[in-house]
Design a protein around this ligand. Sequence first.
Ligand SMILES: [Zn+2]
Ligand SMILES: [Zn+2]
Length: 412
Amino acid sequence: MENRAFLQSLFSKYYRENPNAIQEPSRIESREFGFLLFQGKVMIRHRRFETVEELRDFMARVGPSDAYRSAAYYQRPDASMDEKGWLGADLAFDIDADHLETACQKEHDSWRCLECGYVGRGKAPERCPNCGKSKFKESTWPCDVCLSTAKDELIKLIEMLEDDFGFSADKMHIYFSGHRGYHLILEDEEIRSLGQEERREIVDYVMAVGLVPELHGFAKESTKIPSFDSPGWRGRIARGVYEVMHLATTPNGRKELKAAGVRGKTLTTLTEQGENIINMLENGKILKLPKGVGEKTWKKLLLRGAKRRAVEVDPVVTIDVHRLMRLEGSLHGKTGLRKVEIPLTRLEAFDPMEEAVAFDKGELKVKIVVDVPKFHIGQEELGPYRAGKTETLPLAAAVLLLCKGFAEVHRD
Ligand SMILES: [Zn+2]
Ligand SMILES: [Zn+2]
């Protein structure tokens, strides 16, 4: 409780001293706002603000742990859902490391079964191996590797929206979410009226859901297959399966092939004769698979290739036309980092642990209560820290640990 009260007053002070940190959403008067409070973890929804000043005042006064605004536009944003009068919505995408596979997850993420207290590392399983229940408390970390994996996904998404859908980059707003991912919001008259089903189609396309390679030029008896630079999914599958085959012929190849669903003898055939397929792909011609590699296997490889080129977005965020998105410029209650907009030209070099830092001055003494991995914030390399120790940390790092529940405010 003491931690929450401390963070609430810190967040509130931040908004008081930095009112311009909050970016004004377009057509603010048509948006719904929502807030999560530190006290009691209460969610306030259906709020409306006429001006950004009103919103900034509210943030400074209340100091919410998290602030959200709708991607949708409404006639009456403060009315109940049925009465709001939906006018349309921007197209929003959420890429979160929680949905991605990274090798480091096992090192820095953990979960605890809320039923029996069983603890495991990495991503929480479907069901607790001890009691079979499926309610967990998960603890994740905004690690550099996970964040850069999420950024790679974002780059794929931007390319796809530009090349395949023809959306122009200057209508895309990209943001670091403040925790473990990135948001992309497309504001364009043309997409505003799209319904759930149309948005689902877009999601399926970018995620390669239901993709049939045969319909993209990889038919059963082709003598010619699409080249790497073919537009859309044709080229993407070609490049993807090429990548898969390259991986298959490395010492770690079996792992990649297993992930593709290849088993038994075929697996060995492919690691040994993968070069043949690689040559075939390079020539983009005459499909003659090595002996022992059937059509089913070939399809598995194509789908694995497609999967590598697909973008892992959170489908619900894009499909739900009433979705609330984190407010631009606000602090994230799990990190104390800001959600910040990134100019497209700066994306490659963008370092969230440096550029999204809000509390860049001062220090704070905290008691570590959960082991903390190594991390960097601003220019400083920090950690690892052991539970039970007391540490004096740069304020941004201390706030991160408090928000995460990895530390407590120190009392003498
Ligand atoms: Zn359990
Ligand atoms: Zn990681």
